[in-house]
Ligand binder design. Structure first.
Ligand code: FAD
Length: 507
């Protein structure tokens, strides 16, 4: 029998004849892969180097407040539900999902707000209020977004791109839907008003992309949100992480923290197991890596050159995330607010290309206590404020810049949505690109791994089936289809099309 105890060293159970799958890393991609392999009849061991599961979706518990470290906007919840179904269970028994209305509000620098939701009439009223001339273009764009979503979800995010032929297959549709344009370019061809252009084009920032250069395939996001909604799991996104770990353990499998993989072992061109940083060796029939692709390459016997090549790729921007709790509530502030600065295109160019640390910035403000009293003590609010910044390829000394940016965020929020904030904060923590590099081994401390540009998408992105060894697979933000919760869960879904049935390894 397999007894599962937290942080128990992985042990082979003598009576367990299932072929062994090792998953390196417990981000959402790794956890989803583990559930899928468990359902396919593999004995699974998840090895996580940190002291908690979830990777970027970890949690900070501090002074009675609960802060999700990373993802907060949950779209396409059916992708998660599918994982529970695979185990014969119902997600709603473990996680209570709340569909948010509105999804989020955009606050422009002049104080104007647009509430975005799945209410088509309300959305059209907002468009008419901002610029009535843009209404026909808005309608055309949303129709196109639906078409792109059909292509993006069913033919891009759902299909492995292991060969050039896979790429050629979807090329005609990509051309027809102008997937070669940028998100901002396609949006601008339909609406003229700068506020509407921002409203329809900012989404790639949620997955590490620059709206000015992310391929128009990401114009699917407005349609995706409208179709399946924006959700919040009560207790925070970490509740989904906990639920997935419970599923893995319920399959009789093992998930352990504080277990760092130092090497992936290969025998005769096939993966044979891993070596942990404490020297422990574990045999495996298949290995799935959820680490960043550059990190995965460096774990391979001859992977240094490939790792160096990957590090020369284009990476997504860095992030500063300020987590803070207040001793009062700000009840007129919604669950998700995006505060735009005075510049849009200019700021994006600065963050992704020129890379100075600018005086102006945009902010995404998360206030989960708007929907969930459990994340803050009574009468208090839990927040995080996230701002995109250049990654560590820029000449910015975060030792010196962190306090400055922290003060500027507090100042900006005090003068806009959270009056008097400076004197209301009772607890706080901050993450800057240096922390992303150290904590998640993220190249350049980027928030989302490889930048989503056309030449780093689909077949051009690290493949889910490794080219380096048989029975080695890659999932997570740096692989196809890309970052964001729907992306990384889909990367694990791809494995069902490429991992051999467990019976192929039966001894
Ligand atoms: C601040 C922030 C906000 C975000 N907001 C949203 C949002 O609202 N909605 C959304 O959809 N997406 C959002 N994202 C993106 C989303 O969170 C990520 O794309 C996704 O969670 C990444 O999952 P992953 O599977 O790539 O794994 P990761 O989360 O990157 O985890 C990989 C894991 O592998 C482990 N690991 C690495 N190397 C080893 C090793 N050698 N041995 C053992 N373990 C190892 C790491 O410790 C880590 O735990 C956000 C991201 C950030 C950072």
């Amino acid at each position: 029998m397999l007894t599962v105890v937290d942080n128990q060293r992985p042990q082979l159970a003598a009576d367990d004849k299932r072929p062994h799958a090792i998953v390196i890393g417990s981000g959402f991609g790794g956890l989803a892969a583990a559930v899928r392999m468990g359902a396919r009849g593999y004995r699974v061991t998840v090895l996580e180097r940190l002291d908690e599961f979830g990777g970027r979706a970890g949690v900070i518990q501090q002074d009675g407040f609960t802060f999700d470290r990373g993802p907060t906007i949950v779209t396409a919840p059916h992708l998660f539900e599918e994982l529970w179904t695979l185990c014969g269970k119902r997600m709603q028994d473990d996680v209570e999902m709340l569909r948010l209305k509105p999804f989020y509000k955009l606050r422009f620098d002049d104080g104007d707000m647009i509430a975005c939701s799945d209410d088509s009439d309300a959305m059209e009223a907002e468009v008419r209020r901002v610029n009535a001339d843009d209404l026909p273009g808005y309608r055309r764009f949303m129709k196109l977004s639906d078409e792109i979503m059909a292509l993006g979800f069913e033919q891009l995010a759902d299909q492995p791109f292991s060969t050039v032929t896979d790429m050629l297959r979807i090329a005609p549709d990509l051309l027809r839907l102008q997937g070669y344009r940028s998100v901002f370019g396609l949006v601008s061809a339909h609406v003229k008003h700068p506020k509407l252009r921002t409203m329809l084009s900012f989404h790639p920032l949620l997955i590490g992309g620059n709206p000015l250069s992310a391929p128009a395939i990401y114009c699917l996001i407005p349609s995706l949100e409208r179709r399946w909604g924006v959700h919040y799991p009560q207790g925070g996104v970490s509740q989904i992480v906990d639920g997935l770990v419970k599923l893995i353990r319920g399959q009789g499998n093992l998930a352990v923290t504080r277990s760092e993989v130092a090497a992936i072992t290969i025998t005769d061109g096939k993966v044979s197991g891993v070596r942990l940083s404490d020297g422990t060796r574990l045999d495996a029939d298949i290995v799935i890596s959820n680490a960043d692709p550059a990190v995965t390459s460096a774990l391979l016997p001859n992977g240094q050159r490939q790792a160096k090549r990957l590090v020369k790729s284009r990476y997504s921007m860095g992030l500063v995330v300020l987590y803070f709790g207040t001793k009062r509530r700000y009840d007129d502030v919604g669950h998700h607010t995006i505060l735009l600065g005075p510049r849009y295109e200019g700021l994006l160019n600065d963050i992704f290309k020129r890379r100075p640390l600018t005086e102006d910035f945009s902010l995404y403000l998360h206030r989960p206590s708007a929907s969930d009293p459990s994340v803050a003590p009574s009468g208090c609010d839990a927040f995080y404020a996230l701002t995109p910044v250049p990654h560590l390829g820029a000449d910015i000394d975060w030792q010196e810049a962190t306090a400055r940016r922290r003060d500027a965020i507090v100042e900006r929020l005090s003068s806009t949505l959270l009056p008097g904030l400076r004197d209301e904060i009772v607890t706080e923590a901050i993450a800057v690109p240096d922390d992303f590099a150290e904590r998640y081994l993220s190249p350049y401390g980027s928030g989302f791994s490889l930048e989503p540009i056309l030449t780093q998408s689909a077949w051009f992105r690290p493949h889910n089936r490794s080219d380096a060894a048989e029975h080695l697979y890659l999932v997570g933000a740096g692989t196809h289809p890309g970052a964001g919760l729907p992306g990384v869960i889909s990367s694990a879904r791809m494995l069902d099309r490429m991992v051999p049935d467990a019976v192929a390894f039966k001894r």
